[in-house]
Design a protein around this ligand. Structure first.
Ligand code: NAD
Length: 413
């Protein structure tokens, strides 16, 4: 399997070449600023002790404190976390919010842990990485398999250490302890805004569009619900256990209810079974990968039928697949633009926590819409001026902004 960190560096190199970035700056931006690996014990429900391994990586903090999610997954590696941290740096720069990039992860399968085990794992991992955290240093958020409840435990752990409540140390918290209205839906909502803008530019009507969504979690399910609300037909969805397909459309809310009840979209009546690999190739106009990295490769890229791919997940498309899709005229809406709605509302949450003054959901959604549309327009303008794909254009915009910040701050000492 292709290494996401190699992929992230290759994407950066392409943008650095295009920008003619000076050698020294390129060396600074090509690697993470700091990385922490921790091995820590957790007492399991049966009284035994199990060791877990986790990571927290800061990529570049020139534009502000570090921001990025925490992932709980059996396959997490340090290289994944490095790649995800670098992508966060560029993502924050694309939407022009004052953050650097970070990411964290713990190698574990949360589906096999009880609630108590999950809480103890979260509190101990938080304690181990606590020297890197703080409202002015690094503000984590949810990612795959981490929920508002997990963010609540992180907030409480740091608050217990400090002796006072520190809401701004983490975002994606429950609303009753300083979370922002609209944060849960923000990533999927941002995806839907970018899809709408792109479809409009392409002359594609959302009313007639057929959409397939890989990964029916937080991001994928919200994107599906909002695209359906905008008139699109959701023809296929999937999760880690498999997928369902119906040519005439699935009801995304009913599918979500089924997933809540049974733990999976599989078995939903009114849909035929498809595998996750097949889902990517079903007849549709818009494909939304919303699961994990490395799903669209040179092997399946030639067979994808969608005209638009909206990268709700981070890093779902390999560079080789990117080239094939570009040649085939498929429009790829890159992750660092398409899924930036989550970090944007995380930023709003942090601002609200720091000011102890909270916005209405309508205000959050309006501000999100403005940020996403402005970012889309900036990226599209660069793509048009330089005649390059949207991914490279987003990288050019982001790397330029971060490089400018590093240049003007200078090298210490
Ligand atoms: P989640 O845990 O809520 O959902 C992930 C979904 O993907 C689950 O339904 C899971 O069953 C499914 N899945 C896992 N492996 C799969 C596979 N091999 N094939 C198909 N489905 C699979 O996670 P999420 O927060 O929705 O994150 C999804 C993606 O979006 C990740 O790439 C994440 O990095 C990215 N992302 C999330 C946010 C956020 O705010 N949560 C923000 C930006 C990007």
């Amino acid at each position: 399997m292709e290494n996401p960190w190699m992929m992230a560096q290759e994407q950066f190199d392409t943008a650095a070449d295009m920008l003619d970035l000076e050698r020294d700056l390129r060396a600074v931006l090509r690697v993470p600023k700091r990385e922490l690996s921790v091995n820590f014990p957790v007492r399991m429900d049966d009284g035994s002790i199990r060791m877990f391994t986790g990571y927290r990586v800061h990529h570049n903090l020139a534009r502000g404190p570090a921001k990025g999610g925490i992932r709980y997954h059996p396959d997490v590696t340090l290289d994944d976390v490095r790649a995800l941290a670098m992508w966060m740096t560029w993502k924050c720069a694309v939407v022009n919010i004052p953050y650097g990039g970070a990411k964290g992860g713990v190698i574990c399968n949360p589906k096999e842990l009880s609630r108590g085990e999950l809480e103890r794992l979260t509190r101990r991992y938080t304690t181990e990485i606590a020297p890197m955290l703080g409202p002015e240093i690094d503000i984590p958020a949810p990612d795959v398999n981490t929920t508002p409840q997990v963010m609540g435990w992180i907030m409480d752990t740091i608050s217990m250490h400090r002796g006072y409540t520190v809401p701004a140390v983490v975002t994606g918290k429950p609303v009753n302890i300083g979370g922002s209205l609209g944060r849960n839906e923000a990533t999927g909502r941002g995806v839907a805004v970018i899809v709408r803008e792109a479809a409009h530019r392409r002359g594609m009507s959302l009313q007639r569009a057929r959409v397939a969504v890989q990964g029916y979690g937080n991001v994928g399910s919200v994107a599906a619900l909002l695209l359906a609300e905008a008139g699109a037909t959701i023809v296929a969805v999937s999760d880690s256990r498999g997928g369902i397909y119906h040519r005439d459309g699935l009801d995304p809310a009913a599918v979500l209810a089924h997933k809540h009840e049974t733990g999976s979209v599989v078995g939903f009546r009114g849909g035929g079974h498809v595998s996750n690999a097949e889902l990517l190739e079903v007849p549709c106009d818009i494909l939304v990968p919303a699961a994990l990295e490395h799903q669209i490769t040179e092997t399946n890229a030639p067979r994808i039928k969608a005209q638009i791919i909206a990268e709700a997940a981070n890093g779902p498309t390999t560079p080789a697949a990117d080239r094939i899709l570009h040649e085939r005229g498929v429009l790829v809406l890159p992750d660092i633009l398409a899924n930036a709605g989550g970090v944007t509302v995380s930023y709003f949450e942090w601002v609200q926590d720091l000011q102890s003054f909270f916005w209405s959901e309508q205000e959050v959604n309006q501000q999100l819409e403005q940020v996403m549309v402005a970012a889309f327009e900036s990226v599209e303008r660069i793509a048009g001026e330089r005649k390059i794909p949207l991914r490279l254009a987003a990288y050019v915009l982001a790397v330029q902004r971060v490089a400018d910040a590093v240049r003007v701050r200078g090298i210490y000492p």
